[in-house]
Design a protein around this ligand. Structure first.
Ligand code: PHE
Length: 457
């Protein structure tokens, strides 16, 4: 018998674990602040509601109906068709995302360690002994760059991270993924709540809230809308099959609509709380929040160095980020593992080893491409940024469009109806809006996101 999650809450915790990750804590706050605050937030909420939730329901539906791995699900639902390839490509996408995502996840472990050993303070203090007017942010920038472009340390941390993932997956669905999610997700919520309250009590916090929330409609352009959609896909983990796998572990009585709503709600709430944590802290210490990896690995450490009790808050923060990354990477690795297990026919144990090994190879290349191999470019980007670019701008939108069209047009209508109404037990009032969203609206909007991602519009 194939395993299922043992409780409804376990299913929500696991799927929310997949959704809540670096996308929420690091990408969302910055995007919101830069793209018009509350104006962006409103569009983002629209994207979650009109695109993210229908797609999430579609993925859960495919998985829960087929109870198989990503490729196997398409094959089971439409035997003999080429849709199987959508699933197979999704597995490849999971490998590529996991390759660079585990590099950043490894950084979060290094930074948890640095926080634990009070390294930010020590490093700034020792630099200031030599150059008294050295700024904390300059010192921390140098520290970060030296680390991220070095050879062995980032690879070792990322390897540890992949090993932890593999270890959890060895426990299976209930004792591995579900149990870990049930433990880690409440801890994550608690840590974030503490950090958030602390940030709000800092002097000058209001400036940060204004940066995040003050609606500035003048910054809203067509691009903002598309950026909000892209962010919604990435953050909700839709478009590459992870949620098909988690759907396949839901039992036939799970209400997929309600589950998707809870997961989307949690994902959005965490993203907003992360923004409320990060920006007031930056404003309170007069540190300009900036983009990309530097926001959590340089800007925030600079803030923690200046903050009373910064040792404690830094530690909590990096544990939070590492946990969030862990529950997301678990779902990506599981997508690989089930493919090798069920479609290729390996034992679960061997599938985990093989998946971890393949991921590790991608991860080593990604990490080295930031340092010694930075000169090898593909389409002008090093391997790390190339993987990031092709997954979020090409494969995820295409995957999302394919899944949407599959459920909207190809999947037997009775299957869709049964999945939504739980075989007539529920009203399923949203059946028609959902079908039309998947048939027309989602593919059309995704198409625009895709063209924008390629710079064609
Ligand atoms: N949703 C995760 C995040 O916000 C990233 C992710 C994407 C995870 C795709 C799984 C699949 O960080």
């Amino acid at each position: 018998m194939r395993s299922t999650f043992s409780t409804r809450l376990g299913a929500i915790a696991a799927a929310a674990g997949s959704a809540i990750g670096l996308g929420n804590i690091w990408r969302f706050p910055y995007m919101t602040g830069e793209n018009g605050g509350a104006a962006f937030l409103l569009i983002y909420l629209g994207a979650v509601l009109c695109l993210g939730i229908p797609l999430m329901i579609a993925e859960f539906m495919i998985g829960r109906t087929a109870h198989a791995d990503v490729a196997g699900s398409f094959r089971k639902l439409l035997p003999g068709s080429r849709w199987y390839w959508v699933g197979a490509v999704s597995v490849f996408v999971a490998i590529v995302i996991l390759g660079f995502y585990s590099v950043i996840s490894g950084w979060t472990l290094e930074y948890t360690w640095r926080a634990l050993t009070n390294d930010f303070q020590t490093s700034v203090a020792s630099a200031q002994l030599v150059t008294p007017d050295a700024q904390a942010s300059q010192v921390l920038t140098m520290d970060f760059n030296a680390f991220a472009t070095s050879q062995l340390p980032p690879i070792l941390w990322a390897s540890l991270f992949i090993a932890i993932n593999a270890f959890i997956l060895l426990g299976g669905v209930q004792k591995g993924i579900e149990r870990a999610s049930n433990i880690l997700m409440p801890i994550l919520l608690l840590l974030l709540a503490m950090l958030c309250v602390n940030s709000l009590t800092l002097p000058g916090a209001a400036g940060g809230l204004r940066f995040l929330f003050e609606p500035d409609f003048s910054k809203v352009t067509g691009q903002t809308v598309l950026a909000a959609c892209g962010q919604a896909f990435f953050s909700m983990s839709v478009g590459m099959g992870c949620l098909i796998i988690y759907g396949s572990y839901m039992d036939d009585n799970t209400k997929i609509g309600k589950t998707a709503l809870s997961v989307a709600g949690l994902d959005t709430m965490i993203a907003i709380l992360a923004g409320i944590t990060i920006f007031p802290a930056c404003y309170s210490y007069n540190i300009t929040p900036n983009a990309g990896p530097s926001l959590i690995f340089i800007t925030l450490p600079s803030v923690f160095v200046a903050m009373p009790g910064g040792y404690f808050w830094a530690l909590l923060f990096f544990i939070l980020v590492a946990l969030a990354a862990l529950t997301s990477t678990m779902s990506l690795l599981e997508a690989e593992v089930t493919f090798f297990d069920e479609t290729i026919g390996m034992t679960r144990r061997r599938a985990i080893m093989v998946s971890a090994l393949i991921t590790w190879v991608f991860c080593v290349v990604s990490s080295l491409s930031l340092g010694v191999w930075n000169d090898y470019k593909i389409a002008g980007l090093n391997f790390f940024y190339f993987c990031d670019f092709i997954t979020s701008n090409i494969f995820m939108p295409l995957g999302a469009a394919a899944i949407s069209l599959f459920v909207g047009w190809k999947l037997d209508r009775q299957i869709v109806r049964d999945a939504i109404t739980n075989r007539k037990e529920d009203s399923g009032w949203y059946l028609m809006p959902l079908i039309w969203a998947l048939r027309v609206f989602c593919p059309a909007v995704i198409f625009l996101v895709f063209l924008k991602g390629l710079g064609l519009i």
